[in-house]
Design a protein around this ligand. Sequence first.
Ligand SMILES: *[C@@H]1O[C@H](CO)[C@@H](O)[C@H](O)[C@H]1NC(C)=O
Ligand SMILES: *[C@@H]1O[C@H](CO)[C@@H](O)[C@H](O)[C@H]1NC(C)=O
Ligand SMILES: *[C@@H]1O[C@H](CO)[C@@H](O)[C@H](O)[C@H]1NC(C)=O
Ligand SMILES: *[C@@H]1O[C@H](CO)[C@@H](O)[C@H](O)[C@H]1NC(C)=O
Ligand SMILES: *[C@@H]1O[C@H](CO)[C@@H](O)[C@H](O)[C@H]1NC(C)=O
Ligand SMILES: *[C@@H]1O[C@H](CO)[C@@H](O)[C@H](O)[C@H]1NC(C)=O
Ligand SMILES: *[C@@H]1O[C@H](CO)[C@@H](O)[C@H](O)[C@H]1NC(C)=O
Ligand SMILES: *[C@@H]1O[C@H](CO)[C@@H](O)[C@H](O)[C@H]1NC(C)=O
Length: 909
Amino acid sequence: MGLQLCFWVGVFLFSSSLNAIFCDQEGFLSLSCGGATNFVDSLNITWVSDSEYIGNGNTTTVDCIESMPSLPSGFPVRFFPDSEGRHCYRLPLKNAPSSPVLVRIQFVYKNYDGRGKPPAFSVSISTAMATKIDLKESDPWVEEFIWPINKEILPVCFQSLPDGGYPVVSSIEVRPLPLGAYSSGIDGYRNKLLRKRYRINCGYTNGSLRYPSDPHDRLWDADEDFGPSHLSAAFMAQFSFNLSSIMESPPMSLLQTARILARKSLLTYDLPLDKLGDYYIVLYFAGFLLESPTFNVLINGNVVRSNYTVNCREESVIYFTQVATSRLNISFETVSFCPQINAIEVYELVDIPAETSSTTVSALQIVQQFTGLNLGWQDDPCFPTPWTHIECEGSLVTSLELSDINLRSISPTIGDLMDLKTLDLHNTSLYGEIENLGGLLHLQKLNLSFNNLSSIGSDLAYLTSLQVLDLQHNSLQGLVPESLGDLKDLHLLNLENNKLQGPLPQSLNRDSLLVRTSGNLCLSFSATTCYNGSSNPYIEPPQFTIFSRRKHTARKHIAIMIVATAGGIFVIVLISILVFLYIRRKGKELSHTARTKIEMRNWNGSAKVFSYREIKSATNCFKQKIGHGSFGSVYIGKLSDGKMVAVKVRFDKTQLGADSFINEVRLLSKIRHQNLVSFEGFCHESKQQILVYEYLPGGSLADNLYGSGSKNCTLSWIRRLKIAVDAAKGLDYLHNGSEPRIIHRDVKCSNILLDAEMNAKVCDFGLSKQVTRADATHITTVVKGTAGYIDPEYYSTQQLTEKSDVYSFGVVLLELICGREPLTRSGTPDTFNLVLWAKPYLQAGVFEVVDVSIQGTFNVESMRKTAFSASRCVERDASLRPTIAEVLRDLKEAYSIQLSYLEATGGGY
Ligand SMILES: *[C@@H]1O[C@H](CO)[C@@H](O)[C@H](O)[C@H]1NC(C)=O
Ligand SMILES: *[C@@H]1O[C@H](CO)[C@@H](O)[C@H](O)[C@H]1NC(C)=O
Ligand SMILES: *[C@@H]1O[C@H](CO)[C@@H](O)[C@H](O)[C@H]1NC(C)=O
Ligand SMILES: *[C@@H]1O[C@H](CO)[C@@H](O)[C@H](O)[C@H]1NC(C)=O
Ligand SMILES: *[C@@H]1O[C@H](CO)[C@@H](O)[C@H](O)[C@H]1NC(C)=O
Ligand SMILES: *[C@@H]1O[C@H](CO)[C@@H](O)[C@H](O)[C@H]1NC(C)=O
Ligand SMILES: *[C@@H]1O[C@H](CO)[C@@H](O)[C@H](O)[C@H]1NC(C)=O
Ligand SMILES: *[C@@H]1O[C@H](CO)[C@@H](O)[C@H](O)[C@H]1NC(C)=O
């Protein structure tokens, strides 16, 4: 043959240094699916039972004859007799950040069930639809994938195909690969899963090569005759190559064999494929001929590399991506001397769709809890197949449909599903006000029909993309708000069968909009047709609720009679109704004031009673507004004795009944603590409900952390700790010091205020609940609170306990640590939700997530204590959360550690 090997004798170069980098079996995970015991196989690889990594499926054993040689025969398998849904293994990846992993899965049927029907099913890895398995074609069946992205937990899932039978799996192996391997030459590499098609140890025919020759345990198949050309010969080199120059770090023995064409012609590998797709090809060369061959590389007839030279003692790799259908023809065409090839890998490139944002996922998980049903919602909502009840566009959840279940209220997290275009909650027992939807700016279709909703609320006006709004068959009362007219795209508004009344806003009277109104008390664009029974055929006797329900039966009959005569008389009716309403309103007002007066005279609480006039003069006619919220507005004021106060004026719609208001005032005036904003008094006059609190000039914690001033002057860690300690003291008093116990229900940064000396005080018990019975462990109530702070367990159970405040306080602590708000839409989806993002880092003692503006200024132990406490507070399971008293103790310790640290280092306060 006239070939001379380049005898570069001896020195086995760098093989040892490489092995030192990769420790033996480090990061290997070998699951024996369905196996009950652990064992070590003939390659000294330890196999473990899979039961820790999967929650369902049945196990059995297969009397297997041929299989992977390293597995003992007669081994167990796991199958999934439920043909619905995905069955997922959750594999913990211990690879270094951003290094890829190899996942090898073996499927064996071998008629374990005696039915003689090999199953067909799909395999997905995380969001990628990896492949379909049909054990009719081959049994056993081995698949190898390379997962490119670091991920803590990798879901590997199986799902039945229609009439495909039960998925069955016998082993799963995870092997870490070197950092940067299999990434060269792939555009958008991080979005591609590699599915192995070929991995050929060229020139080697004596069986496959794997661990321990390949420390990464890839299976390198023996060279077969892949093409018509037989004109090649195998060679084996006698020395080593510099493996560290190749990212994939192929095993040394792989490079020591090659297929070399002995005549000047064409060396070809003809590799059949099963489908059209993008393929990733890796070619390995290692020169051990004295003369360096030069050749062209052709793929499917196209020259992809010309005049490629392999020099003696040098190793190299080339990468290609190629679209191909039924085969890959990889050829090496002589230019000078004899072409050679040492190893070939071919992978199918499978898209990995982007994951749905974690905010969306956690919002949906909470919705699932809210339904009280197991909807089987796991992993990613959109990929590989969308969850039940939802639809996606890409990785955005654009439709949610939950009907004929018992939802009771619109879960606040539905408002976090900001990409929704369709929301259908018909027949879900919703009651009360339409709320929590204000953020759904892309919503086009909203169906809330067949519920018991009683108030339209104000959120709908924000849904600027709304086209179809179906509110039929509810108990909506009152007038249709003018603001609905601002929804310019609205073309169907169904208000049928409610208890709405009065003229419809003229802004809804346009050609492009169809408004359905039948079955209401009195609903029409013109006030005059309102009482013309014929226009609203389903009208019940209409005037029931306009007249008083109890006393005026005689009048009601008269009214009905008048209506029945219809025609011109309605004018008279209208006038008489107006007169009547006026008298009634007047009477009510009088009685209201009278009753309030009596109550006030008997008022013996400690809080001061202010007259409306005093309030007006203190606030200089409500001149300076310092805040507003769902409850109403807050104004700054100065009492006659010079004391500054914050005056909170309730909106009409948030007003309580007089009795509830008095009860609340009684409660507030009993709460006195240095870390709670003190209640100065109230005014309950001419239908006003006004609460007067001490004024704190330092603003809220939210202002201090995120407001405009925060840029110039960041809160130091010690100040943050002091604020946390103060707030915890306040909450501790509510939970444990006051009688009755009080649950705040709306703990958040904007409800922690600072006085001039930066002492923190908790404010706004507007939503708070008293636990009157000393032995009560919880109270059941409709979920209220602020998005981002609400305890997920409270959502699902609607049972409120002190631990819900602890959760919200945990979120505040995370904000203090990380210096960011609980929910954001900036950054990557992983970071949207503060709790989901920060908790794993903090639990692990990794402080990269700590606010950059305090990095380097804190004592690590102090931070560790706080971080640990915060992550326990936001445990999903309320029973794992500490009490506020325990949190307070931890924070005090963290505070004193930081204090002595500052004293020792002379750091500033
Ligand atoms: C098998 O592996 C164990 C550690 O996993 C090691 O201590 C032992 O030496 C290995 N045995 C062989 C024969 O390689
Ligand atoms: C799977 O296991 C469940 C519970 O162990 C059992 O009820 C069911 O019959 C099993 N299914 C099959 C097909 O073996
Ligand atoms: C093939 O491999 C086996 C062990 O796997 C070995 O005993 C045998 O000698 C090898 N044959 C050749 C031709 O290298
Ligand atoms: C081996 O390869 C690495 C990486 O390309 C290179 O830095 C090193 O110099 C090489 N060693 C030798 C002896 O060529
Ligand atoms: C593979 O490609 C080479 C060069 O283009 C060609 O000569 C050969 O016939 C092809 N083989 C097959 C099986 O298509
Ligand atoms: C390859 O090499 C040959 C001869 O050495 C030369 O004629 C040819 O132009 C080269 N091709 C390219 C694309 O460089
Ligand atoms: C509403 O859902 C219940 C089941 O929760 C069902 O029985 C009822 O028929 C549904 N009503 C309508 C109008 O769809
Ligand atoms: C809303 O849901 C109800 C009940 O399924 C249905 O009858 C109605 O057509 C839906 N509305 C729209 C606009 O699709």
